[in-house]
Design a protein around this ligand. Structure first.
Ligand code: PLP
Length: 457
């Protein structure tokens, strides 16, 4: 009864992210009433595996008493200070710790409230940097189709998910998008190596045609998470980074999803993809989602060029370096270290991929892909994947509905189901998760057959 009332409040008053106006006020959203480890318990008392780990963020799992204690201690000690003219021990300690964990000379951290504001800060810093160095025309940003970098005006402007732009304005005069980098959709007969060459050439061509003296930065997620866990071909990231270096173009690595152990390392840029970005963004796993916090890391080399100038980086937030969020991040890092979660991901990651690959033979599954503990199953009603996006659009939601009834939340994105569970997940829990996913897909196939929607499988 109580929850029916909350559903009504939710529908009447809570505008959710990406709220669709067509079904506004009629949603039956699952309540996360309690959560522990990799599980969420809903309003009806049913326990579900949280496949997406919140929103790719609950690295250490839910319901940690040690985290609750660290947060409570900091609230009682000092819940807030103004980052403009004061500082605090948790923020200073966290900044130092992050400088040690980040690759290369990313020794300066600008704290933000989440991933979008971290990306916004990185973009605003590139503008500031070039303006201060007397080259105001070096302003253009290159991004990619299917990229997702957030929801502030600038972060949304460099995001390349077309459908998100339908009713929204974005900056267009200095933003450019490269074509998709998904090897699954490469031209017939093209090898993955040739596809990689073509994708690097796309970037080279864009820099050439805009003019290197006008391109400020290339922004890229190491793997495109919200775009559908797109893993570019091997060597792509490093070759793009080399191109940027050759052309004096800053490389912004958006590690909001890939950081904090998701790919088995603190950050993926250097350890997995062998490159050292000039700027890097982080959020989500930084606090395991217990409190909001983001970070934009800036290279010492860039800061040194500005040091001593009569110029102010006029960017910041009331909650930059919030002491309670920083205390949560410090505890989160401590837990990841003490419980060897990075090693754990490196160990179970290949098993996760292997288990996902077993789904490949199911009719409607056209691709499975994973790296570390983030993965995706892509589906189509057409065996050759030649159905239109509209025809396949609801497949992710159909599978999610069956999976939720069976005890698993998956993250549906159009025709894809995305998984990025808490990093503490065990092998047997991976079996449980993928066992339910398989059943959910089988039930969806049965529905499609009954409705006559499956094509010649
Ligand atoms: N960057 C990437 C790669 C993301 O996946 C996201 C969110 O999913 C963001 C930025 C935005 O982060 P936030 O939602 O915390 O603002």
């Amino acid at each position: 009864m109580k929850f029916d009332q909350y559903t009504a409040y939710d529908n009447e008053h809570f505008l959710h992210p990406w709220e669709g106006m067509a079904d506004l006020g009629t949603q039956e959203r699952t309540f996360s009433h309690r959560a522990k480890g990799i599980y969420v318990t809903d309003a009806q008392g049913r326990t579900l595996i949280d496949g997406p780990g919140g929103m790719w963020c609950v690295q250490i799992g839910y319901g940690r008493a040690d985290m609750a204690q660290a947060i409570a201690d900091q609230v009682l000690q000092s819940a807030y200070y103004s980052p403009w003219n004061m500082t605090s021990a948790p923020a200073a300690k966290l900044a130092r710790k992050l400088a040690q964990l980040t690759p290369g000379d990313l020794n300066h951290v600008f704290f933000t409230t989440g991933g979008s504001t971290a990306v916004d800060t990185a973009l605003r810093f590139t503008q500031f940097y070039n303006n201060a160095l007397g080259r105001p025309n070096k302003k253009h940003i290159i991004s990619r189709a299917k990229a997702y970098h957030g929801s502030t005006y600038l972060a949304a402007s460099v995001s390349g998910k077309e459908r998100d732009r339908t009713f929204m304005d974005t900056v267009t005069e200095w933003v450019h998008f490269l074509p998709h980098v998904n090897p699954l959709h490469r031209p017939d007969g093209q090898s993955v190596e040739a596809f990689c060459d073509a994708k690097v050439a796309d970037l080279e061509q864009a820099i050439l045609s805009i003019g290197a003296d006008r391109v400020a930065a290339f922004i890229a997620e190491p793997i495109l998470a919200s775009g559908g866990v797109i893993i570019p071909p091997q060597g792509y990231q490093r070759r793009c980074w080399e191109l940027c270096q050759q052309n004096d173009v800053l490389y912004i690595a958006d590690e909001v999803v890939t950081g904090f152990g998701r790919l088995g390392h603190w950050f993926a840029s250097e350890e997995v993809f062998d490159m050292t970005p000039d700027l890097m963004t982080s959020a989500k796993g930084l606090t395991s989602g217990y409190l909001p916090l983001g970070a934009c890391f800036i290279s010492e080399r860039l800061i040194n060029q500005l040091k001593g100038m009569d110029a102010t980086f006029a960017n910041g937030y009331t909650y930059s370096g919030h002491p309670v969020s920083c205390a949560a991040a410090l505890k989160n890092i401590e837990i990841i270290e003490q419980e060897n979660l990075l090693e754990h991901v490196r160990e179970v990651g290949p098993y996760f991929l292997q288990r996902l690959q077993k789904l490949q033979d199911l009719p409607i599954v056209i691709d499975v892909r994973a790296l570390g503990l983030v993965g995706c199953v892509e589906c189509s009603i057409d065996p050759l994947g030649q159905a239109s996006l509209e025809e396949d659009a609801k497949l992710g939601y159909r599978i999610d509905a069956h999976c939720q009834a069976l005890g698993l939340i998956v993250r549906p994105i159009i025709n894809m189901c995305v998984l990025s569970p808490a990093l503490i997940i065990s092998r047997s829990q991976i079996d449980d998760m993928l066992g339910i996913l398989e059943q959910g897909i089988r039930l969806t196939i049965a529905d499609l057959q009954a409705e006559g929607l499956l094509r010649d499988y």
